[in-house]
Design a protein. Sequence first.
Length: 118
Amino acid sequence: VQLVESGGGLVQPGDSLRLSCATSGLKFWRYDMMWYRQSPGEQRELVAAISGVGDKTNYTDSVKGRFTISRDNATNTAYLQMNNLKPEDTSVYYCRAYRVLLVPYDYWGQGTQVTVSS
């Protein structure tokens, strides 16, 4: 199983980025997909989540109205559209695939850096 994030970078406040999480080796549609972020010295924070069929989404309060999580089950890819980025969004962003079938199946990507700075 592989999860590979891409799309991070250095942007200015107010800019947008779209992160992608390309997966392979799993039945993608059976997994909830999540985006987390973690800054140095801080705990990893759940940013957004989407159900396997994409009918349910959740966001942490600080990104509501600015970030949108989505998925394409035809290409096994999850996305995080980030608009109106703020300096406090600077972090390493990780995607996670998770499901429970008797036991948990839990996979993480390697992370992609997002830096918001003027």
